[in-house]
Write a protein that binds this ligand. Structure first.
Ligand code: MTE
Ligand code: MO
Length: 178
């Protein structure tokens, strides 16, 4: 789904807080409030949901700290008051309702990687050439493209942002680092 997000580059915040030179990764902690988020009582995942990026991914201008969508402030279910948007990665990397951002030297834990490491890697870049173990990711349906029953289209490498982000992964084996 193509969403008109409202926000600014996370890099702007990162520059303001001046992380130590030893920082290599960014870890995102989120709210887990059982009163307003009924599923945090379930054992599907180990809540609070957490996500992580390498520092250079977090500094990329396309990585957004997001406060709204469609010109309005974020509704609660979309991650109010502030969430992450990383347009070249699978949607689950977009941690909602952030409460804490930490800089780390070691690669931080992520909720889905902890739950099923063989299915969800740290990077989670959109990649039509690397299937999820239980399904193909080579095609996708873009919601709203031509009505409710839109046809499938080929998934684009890095969700169509290859020219902007491929250099972040130069020399890396994206099958191993999925
Ligand atoms: N705080 C928080 N953020 C989260 C999650 C969550 O459980 N808690 N789930 C993730 C997953 S698995 C998905 S698929 C997307 C779903 O949100 P969307 O439908 O708005 O993209 O949010 C991601 N961000
Ligand atoms: Mo999900």
């Amino acid at each position: 789904m193509v969403v008109p997000w409202v926000g600014y580059s996370l890099a702007e915040l990162i520059r303001k807080v001046e992380p130590l030179g030893s920082a290599k990764y960014v870890s995102f902690q989120t709210l887990a409030d059982p009163k307003t988020m009924p599923f945090v009582g379930s054992r599907i995942l180990d809540w609070p949901y957490e996500e992580g990026l390498r520092l250079d991914e977090a500094m990329h201008p396309l990585t957004l700290l997001c406060f709204g969508m469609y010109g309005e402030v974020l509704p609660k279910q979309n991650g109010a008051p502030v969430r992450l948007v990383v347009p070249w990665k699978y949607g689950f990397k977009n941690a909602k309702s952030l409460v804490k951002i930490r800089f780390t030297e070691q690669q931080p834990a992520t909720a889905w990687n902890k739950a099923a490491a063989n299915e969800y890697g740290f990077y989670s870049n959109v990649n039509p050439h690397v299937d999820h173990p239980r399904w193909s990711q080579a095609t996708e349906r873009r919601l709203g493209e031509d009505g409710l029953l839109s046809k499938k289209r080929k998934t684009l490498m890095f969700n169509g942002y290859e020219a902007q982000v491929a250099s972040l992964y130069a020399g890396m084996d994206l099958r191993k680092n999925f």
